[in-house]
Design a protein around this ligand. Sequence first.
Ligand code: DON
Length: 309
Amino acid sequence: MYCETDEDLCELVNRARKYTEYGKVANYIPALGRAEQSDLAIALYYKDGHCVKAGDVEKKFTLQSVSKVLTLALAIMDQGEEEVFRKVGMEPTGDPFNSIAKLETQIPAKPLNPMINAGALVVTNMIEGRSTHEKLGRLLTLIHDLTNNSKIDVDHGVAKSEYETAHLNRSLCYYMKQHGVITGEVEELIDLYTRQCAIQVTCIDLARIGMVLANKGRDPLSNRLILPEGIATIVKTFMVTCGMYNASGEFAIRVGIPAKSGVSGGIIGLVPPNIGVGVYGPSLNEKGNSIAGVKLLEMLSQRYQLSIF
Ligand code: DON
């Protein structure tokens, strides 16, 4: 059974919206603190191009950690699987997304996985390009191809706000640079990373990216292969094991779809082989995931039996 109409989704959004009251909008990146706590939106994108949506779907927000999925795909395309996983691990962590603790206790400075900040910084450090501008341009091109939306760009205000306050991410970088895991100038890497996190989208854009991932990296509407199937598979697997941070296990049980969240309140999800999901709800729970967005996905998954397990 598929969710076919905006009305079906609207009912779920109306029920889930009350949970926005119980969370908090992120403000450790000052510009994110301006989001509307009660906003909630969802879009489902099907392989045939049909898109069902409800809630505040026109609201734009920044990718934040959702970008980690896309930079991972790009870095593997650039460097190959072996080189990427020489520098970053494949295992989930029970620690918060910005934790520095395991860098010292595991193999020196090798982050556990590419979905936590330490791992994502290593991945961004592996993107090819002669300048930050060129590297960011290559990431934007990938996103334009996946979304079929060439208007997507960086919100420079959010990027600047994070750049000025990203001291924890800087310390992760300096620690890893000391151990040779990160190369080059840390400030340049933080500049690129904060711009990638500040790429601005809607939940419809996220749902379309999810749909292409669900379809093994091929855009079914143009029949163009955007990501090699093996890379799409790696990315989707990380979404299951690490995409919702230290809530990934509970999310797998309650919702059961590969997904990745960001502190702006975005969640990208997908149901192979043909549905992409995009959610926006900036009110977050204590683990940094959209509080009402997770509830909404739980309701959606149960009603339409979307769990992949
Ligand atoms: O590096 C940061 O802290 C942010 N730019 C992204 C973190 C994030 O989205 C974590 N997600 N739940």
